[in-house]
Design a protein around this ligand. Structure first.
Ligand SMILES: [Zn+2]
Ligand SMILES: [Zn+2]
Length: 187
């Protein structure tokens, strides 16, 4: 039995949280972890009880949607709300934090920021993280790690394609599908 790594596990959790985002501009998820335990999670969303961007459209000022509380902030505020210490904790985020979140992460005592995707990485954020001694580590989510039967699916699709190849009128189509399957299952 293959167990997924901690990094993959926590990043997958953030990816799942991102799917709950209510702002259509960017779906972000964040998971705060201390001693290998998840202590909080957040996603991009409106203030509790307020309208959502997905329903009413974004509220854009100067190119930014001002309606949402960012995933990282929501996760930190969840800790504030329930009195959970964030000092020396780590955070797993789907995207490199924006400048505002960067500052909040530092102030909350977070020690390592694991992020899956670069996102307009602000040079001042990079500088602030460095000055504060906060490590930033890129963790690319390996989707295969969270798809428990991908090998079966891969074999099944390849089997179908092989069968198709025997009877297909247009071999180019089959080649294209094979390439697509290869791309999907090798990621
Ligand atoms: Zn929005
Ligand atoms: Zn942010």
């Amino acid at each position: 039995m293959e167990r997924i790594s901690w990094d993959q596990y926590f990043m997958a959790q953030s990816q799942l949280l991102a799917l709950r985002s209510t702002c259509t501009r960017l779906m972000v998820g964040a998971t705060i972890v201390r001693d290998k335990r998840i202590i909080a999670g957040g996603y991009n969303g409106s203030v509790s009880g307020s309208v959502h961007c997905v329903d009413d459209g974004c509220y854009v000022i100067d190119g930014h949607c001002v309606r949402t509380v960012h995933a990282e902030a929501n996760a930190l505020l969840q800790c504030a709300k329930f009195g959970v210490a964030t000092d020396l904790a780590d955070i797993y985020v789907t995207h490199y934090p924006c400048l505002q979140c960067c500052k909040q992460i530092i102030q909350a005592g977070i020690k390592t920021v694991y992020y899956a995707e670069d996102y307009r990485n602000h040079e001042y954020a990079i500088q602030l993280f460095e000055e504060a001694g906060v490590k930033t580590v890129k963790v690319t989510l390996d989707y295969l790690a969270v798809d428990t039967n991908y090998k079966e699916k891969n074999a099944f699709v390849n089997g179908l394609l092989d069968e198709l190849e025997k009877t297909a009128n247009n071999r180019n189509d089959v080649e294209t599908w094979k390439e697509e399957a290869e791309r999907l299952f090798s990621k």
